[in-house]
Design a protein around this ligand. Structure first.
Ligand code: IPE
Ligand code: IPE
Ligand code: MG
Length: 277
């Protein structure tokens, strides 16, 4: 299905129009999708049911970002530390990922989504790597939303890996230590193709980054909600984005130094709050 043909209620159309009209949408949204296990346990279900339910949130959030014209969405789906979980849970997560890609690929492609991945993906099971590779290749030329799945990802792992390659390039004479700038470091990271995240969302109320985009998050706005990931759908995303449009991002400057376009407009907020009620 083409998402632009989807029937969207007039309230949601209003919200989307106000968000777009604010001119302050993030270019890059990243989400730490946490709380699946607790969501299931609260319902006396096994943890894996929370992961299954979380897939619906992924669908909803991906579609909403695409409809809003957001450029980049990065989803933290499996951390390098998550390998330490019980084997049956890891196996289930891997099969869920494979199922998601198999089931959703055509629709994602039809909607111009480009799929990418960051993380130590050679640690993934063969069947998962295969579908992932197919999804990446099939959607490589798409220029709509770039959906990055962080899989077997750890920011320290990526930084350490990048430092190793930098050191090797210095030894090979491809790079001189004097030329090493912040931009060079960014260029060696797996995230080099994306702008830094403007907004990082974490569900389930935990106040930490859990090894996610540590270098890239330098000036990201953080949004933490008590909602558990399976309860986080497009509407919750609109709340997060509404709040984001009201944040004053100073990047070290004073308020007075900011230009008019860098200052939040409370009028948009009113419009959004009314529409989201
Ligand atoms: C997030 O939910 C999904 C993954 C980390 C793969 P959790 O599984 O961490 O859920 P909680 O935090 O235990 O509730
Ligand atoms: C972070 O969640 C990783 C993902 C959401 C994939 P965790 O549940 O693994 O994080 P911690 O262990 O509570 O910090
Ligand atoms: Mg967790």
């Amino acid at each position: 299905m083409n998402w632009s043909d989807e029937h969207v209620s007039s309230d949601i159309q209003e919200v989307q129009a106000a968000l777009r009209g604010s001119g302050r949408l993030p270019r890059h949204v990243a989400a730490i999708m946490d709380g699946n296990g607790r969501w299931a346990q609260m319902r006396s279900m096994p943890r894996i049911e929370g992961h299954r339910a979380g897939m619906e949130s992924v669908r909803s959030v991906v579609r909403a970002c695409s409809q809003l014209g957001i450029g980049y969405l990065t989803l933290y789906a499996f951390s390098i530390e998550n390998w330490k979980r019980p084997a049956p849970e890891v196996r289930f997560l891997m099969s869920l990922l494979e199922m998601y890609l198999r089931k959703e690929l055509d629709e994602l492609h039809e909607n111009n989504v480009r799929i990418r991945t960051i993380g130590k993906t050679n640690a993934l099971p063969k069947n998962v790597s295969r579908v992932l590779q197919r999804a990446i290749e099939k959607t490589a030329e798409n220029d709509g939303l770039t959906l990055t799945l962080a899989l077997s990802y750890g920011s320290r792992w990526d930084i350490q890996r990048a430092m190793q390659v930098i050191a090797l390039d210095v030894r090979r004479g491809k790079l001189s230590p004097e030329d090493l700038t912040e931009e060079t470091v960014s260029a060696y990271l797996q995230t080099s193709y994306m702008p830094d995240p403007d907004l990082i969302i974490r569900t389930s109320g935990e106040l930490r980054l859990s090894n996610f985009l540590l270098w890239e998050a330098a000036y990201a706005e953080l949004y933490v909600t008590e909602k558990l990931w399976p309860d986080f759908h497009a509407n919750e995303l609109y709340h997060a984005l509404t709040e984001f449009t009201q944040r004053e991002r100073r990047f070290g400057k004073t308020s007075a130094q900011l230009s008019d376009t860098e200052t939040p407009k409370p009028s948009t907020l009113e419009r959004l709050r009314n529409a989201l009620k």
